[in-house]
Design a binder for this molecule. Structure first.
Ligand SMILES: *[C@@H]1O[C@H](CO)[C@@H](O)[C@H](O)[C@H]1NC(C)=O
Ligand SMILES: *[C@@H]1O[C@H](CO)[C@@H](O)[C@H](O)[C@H]1NC(C)=O
Ligand SMILES: [Fe+2]
Length: 461
């Protein structure tokens, strides 16, 4: 387990001073400890405010049917970005872009798709890949030749440090809005979402309102997502094809050529990509497609990890939807089958951390493998606390298992700042009413740099 640094908490009007001081003491003691004995496992005493209603995000009445909406961007290879957007009417899948506002010196044209779902017909969904691009650079762009709206994004850096925001189970409630405001205030390079995006739950127009809700952020920084159970949207007889909306709208770089370690998966439901010029390798795994031994996903994961050079990939992190470790009463055991199929592969490659969603709460585990604390296993973290309409999962198993280091049923988001080839700082920011508060913080050190975990001649274990 990595050594930890101090944790700070700010006061909230909903807590008593005594409980607050006690919590502070426990968290500081916890943060100072390198390994976490069972007696210091923390269940936070934070008292949450009540749930918030689903937002109503109507479309802009002034917009014509050529006006781009729901714009979002994603990484599409070492120096490329994919721009995705929707128009109500036919419009070219063209992105014009450049490094100065309003001066669009380059352009790229992609492809357009649509889908129908029962009686819903989507707008024209466009995806176009732009690049090659300079790293750490702001590009200005417009879509479908529309002069009505201009956008900009910043490309991620090609070297460390690299800052991720990680948050799952977003939905589109007042709490989502609060989470997104806190995320917007962070200076991050890319957002990772371990599944359950819109909570459209078969009502397709809610995918559109979700697209509008996240656009201010997702059009400006790459959003890298993988699927949760709410993305499946299969309806017996009526809609037998799963992931119709998700795959059409949130196209990820499963086929991107990669200069570094990422192996194309050929399936939008799982893929990997490199960040910081290959210093960070991110596995976006699929919890709702086949992952068993003998499956295409597992075979791809094996190839991807075998091709990985840990001398270059200082940090390897994985995202899944249903957590493999979980001491919440909600969704118990739902990640077990996937863990049984894939945990050995991740352990053998010395994956540094695994982030999950699904359980609407926050929980951080010690380094674990095969159900036990293990200094060469990944840190497992559940961040299914984006703010969806189902509310929080506030019942934890009692007593807290020794491997569970910190748990709290509040909405919030996480940040992973990979500082250099050996150190990454993980912080969890609770939505403390409407203020973001750092409620959990830990340094994660690279297992590739830990000789005790690499006692073979090369790292391909
Ligand atoms: C990496 O970052 C950590 C945390 O800031 C620091 O202690 C360490 O010295 C850094 N290592 C190098 C090689 O700069
Ligand atoms: C490497 O060493 C660690 C610590 O001594 C040990 O737990 C682990 O099993 C060893 N791994 C291999 C692959 O030999
Ligand atoms: Fe879920």
């Amino acid at each position: 387990m990595a050594a930890a640094v101090g944790t700070r908490r700010r006061s909230s009007r909903s807590r008593s001073g005594g409980g607050m001081r006690m919590a502070l003491l426990v968290v500081v003691v916890l943060a100072a400890a390198a390994a976490l004995p069972a007696s210091l496992a923390v269940t936070s005493p934070y008292v949450r405010p009540p749930p918030r209603a689903t937002l109503s995000l109507l479309r802009d009445d002034d917009a014509d049917d050529q006006t781009p909406q729901q714009v979002h961007v994603s990484m599409a290879g070492p120096d490329k970005m994919r721009v995705s957007w929707i128009t109500d009417g036919d419009a070219p899948a063209t992105v014009e872009y450049g490094t100065a506002p309003g001066q669009y010196t380059r352009s790229a044209t992609g492809a357009t798709t649509t889908y129908s779902y029962v009686r819903y017909h989507s707008g024209r969904i466009h995806h176009a890949v732009v690049g090659p691009l300079q790293p750490g650079t702001t590009y200005y762009y417009r879509c479908s030749g529309s002069t009505a709206r201009d956008f900009s994004f910043r490309t991620p850096p090609a070297t460390l440090p690299f800052k991720f925001v990680i948050v799952g189970d977003l939905g589109q409630t007042g709490w989502t809005d609060s989470t997104l405001k806190h995320v917007a205030a962070a200076d991050y390079d890319a957002l990772l979402l371990p599944g359950d995006l819109s909570y459209a739950d078969f009502v397709q127009s809610r995918w559109d309102s979700f697209g509008r809700l996240v656009e201010p952020l997702a059009s400006a920084r790459p959003w890298m997502v993988t699927e949760g159970n709410h993305e499946v949207e299969k309806l017996p007889l009526l809609e037998p094809t799963p992931f119709k909306a998700y795959n059409a709208r949130w196209r990820m770089p499963y086929d991107a050529p990669s200069a570094a370690g990422a192996t194309p998966s050929g399936d939008n439901l799982y893929y990997s990509f490199d960040a910081a010029g290959g210093a960070v390798h991110v596995l976006m795994l699929g919890s709702y497609t086949d992952y068993a031994v003998g499956s295409t996903q597992r075979a791809w994961l094996q190839r991807d990890l075998a091709a990985l050079d840990r001398a270059r990939a200082a940090f390897v992190v994985a995202l899944v939807h249903a957590p493999w470790y979980n001491s919440n009463e909600a969704h118990r055991g739902q990640g077990d089958a996937m863990r049984a199929a894939m945990e050995d592969l991740l352990y053998g490659t010395r994956v540094d951390a695994v982030f999950a969603g699904h359980v609407h709460a926050y929980e951080r585990f010690a380094r674990v493998y095969a159900g036990k604390e293990d200094p060469c296993g990944p840190v497992h973290v559940t961040v299914g606390d984006g703010g969806n309409r189902e509310g929080l999962a506030d019942k934890f198993v009692d007593p807290q298992p020794a491997i569970s280091a910190f748990r709290e049923a509040s909405f919030g988001h996480g940040r992973l700042e990979v500082v250099n080839a050996t150190h990454a700082l993980w912080t969890w920011h609770r939505n403390d009413d409407d203020d973001p508060v750092v409620a959990d913080q830990v340094w994660i050190t690279s297992l590739a740099a830990n000789p005790a975990c690499n006692n073979r001649t090369n790292n391909k274990m």
